[in-house]
Design a protein around this ligand. Structure first.
Ligand code: EPU
Length: 428
């Protein structure tokens, strides 16, 4: 079991380069299934979810060529099957984007129910409703497989009952080569939705309105190969900003789109952090005790649920009482027990958490409960007194490229150790 060992109490300083966005790339890689040509994707983050998506593409028969650590070329013309293997699908949530993409390209898809982080039930009824609206026949689930088929997908109007990133992506993928026009109402507006639309448009699609809650997709006959660079990861950037604030540091996050970070910068400022924005960089610094504030997570442009655990760490250290209202997921406070081991004073009642700030967290052995919960543990450990060990780091590495190296460059005392390598721990 690999783990991170972190000695806290060192303010982070310097610059950090933000990688390509996980939640954009996990939609764009499946989208390459739709191309009649080679897609070259640049600024790919080197994370486990990307490796899984590429393995799925290869298992379908696509030619996948790694050009370098952040660039890949995919030729989907060689795809021979429309069935995604179980062992790969269970490794990541976004494996279900292959349903929309395979259905859009071949008129059939057979994809297992996906894995991914657990935040209570994660239904996919809106995805399936979307496929049905486009004329696909979605079979009742058998052996954990979702099977969908269509002779010819037809453009249609789809109203989402709730704002869903996944359903918006999947419907876009299925509709892009359908006959006629599809309108998605109450669509998700996240930056990765816009990135996917831009990618598909660069392949010859005709998608308008991405970034608003009505997306119009004018079906086209064919999509072609393209070269495309993934947008920077909003949540990775927010995580380093929070880490800077938690440690009383001074960090410039580079290669970001400041507009995507507005809801995060606003909250950090409310807590007393200093923020300076540049074209593609944000400098964040903090000193002294943070102020309490309330946070409600919402679909974009609201405060992102994927920053909720990280902000909870900051509120645990702030003066006074803060309330966090989780507005997206049913159960995204499972990490609170871990944070309590480090001394945090947090009471959870359903989707609400009441955080009573304390002056100092203390080191403890903790676990990453999921990707962002794991990032929160890293931030807590960086701020805490003493040496914290974090287990289950495979969750963190699903979504954060080179987190240990990036933090070390900022002056953090962090090592990744394996069970049979106990010597390193003493090095801290
Ligand atoms: N929902 C339904 N039915 C559906 C789809 C969603 O009831 O058919 C509900 C969900 O249960 C949830 C809400 O709608 O309460 C929003 O879910 P959404 O579909 O937007 O989430 P997702 O597409 O499964 C993506 C991100 C998550 C992020 C959410 C919300 C990817 C691969 N995942 O999930 O990211 O939390 O949007 O912004 O894009 C992460 O990166 O750590 C992560 C979990």
């Amino acid at each position: 079991m690999d783990k991170y060992v972190i000695r806290g109490g060192h303010p982070l300083t310097g610059t950090v380069d933000i990688s390509g966005a996980k939640n954009a790339v996990v939609a764009i890689l499946p989208a390459t299934v739709l191309a009649n040509g080679v897609c070259r994707i640049e600024n790919i983050p080197n994370i486990a979810d990307v490796a899984t998506a590429l393995e799925i593409l290869a298992s379908l028969g696509a030619m996948v060529r790694r050009i370098d650590r952040h660039t890949v070329e995919i030729d989907s013309r060689t795809i021979v099957t429309q069935t995604v293997p179980h062992d790969l699908a269970k490794k990541m949530r976004a494996s279900y984007y292959f349903i929309g993409a395979l259905l859009g390209r071949f008129g059939k898809a057979s994809v297992p129910m996906p894995g991914g982080c657990y935040f209570g039930v994660r239904p996919i009824d809106q995805h399936l409703k979307g496929f049905s609206c486009l004329g696909a026949k979605v079979m009742p689930m058998k052996n954990g497989m979702i099977d969908a088929q269509a002779d010819q997908l037809q453009g249609s109007s789809v109203y989402l009952d709730m704002v869903s990133v996944g359903a918006t992506v999947n419907i876009m993928l299925a509709a892009v080569c359908a006959e006629g026009t599809t309108v998605i109402e109450n669509a998700a507006k996240e930056p990765h939705i816009v990135d996917l639309a831009n990618f598909l448009n660069s392949m010859g699609a005709d998608i308008r309105g991405a970034g608003t809650d009505v997306i119009k997709i004018y079906g086209v006959e064919r999509l072609y190969g393209t070269t495309y660079s993934i947008i920077p990861d909003q949540i990775e950037a927010g995580t380093y900003m929070a880490a800077a604030v938690a440690t009383g540091g001074d960090v410039t996050v580079c290669n970001v789109i400041p507009k995507h970070l507005e809801s995060i910068t606003a909250k950090l400022q409310e807590m007393g952090a200093e923020i300076e924005e540049f074209d593609e960089e944000i400098r964040v610094s903090a000193s002294g005790r943070l102020s309490h504030c309330n946070v409600k997570t919402m679909p974009h442009p609201g405060f992102p649920t994927d920053m909720q655990p990280q902000i909870a760490v900051l509120l645990s250290l702030a003066e006074g009482t803060s309330i966090i209202n989780e507005g997206v997921w049913e159960n995204r406070f499972r990490y609170v027990d871990e944070l309590r081991r480090m001394g945090a004073d947090i009471q959870v009642d359903g989707k609400l958490a009441v955080v009573q700030g304390i002056p100092q967290l203390t080191a403890a052995p903790v676990k990453a409960m999921d990707l962002r919960a794991g990032a929160a543990m890293v931030i807590a450990a960086l701020a805490a007194k003493g040496v914290t060990e974090i287990e289950e780091i495979q969750y963190i590495e699903r979504g954060y490229e080179d987190i240990v190296e990036k933090l070390q460059k900022l002056g953090a005392v962090i090592e990744r150790v394996t069970e049979d390598d106990p010597g390193l721990q003493q090095a801290l």
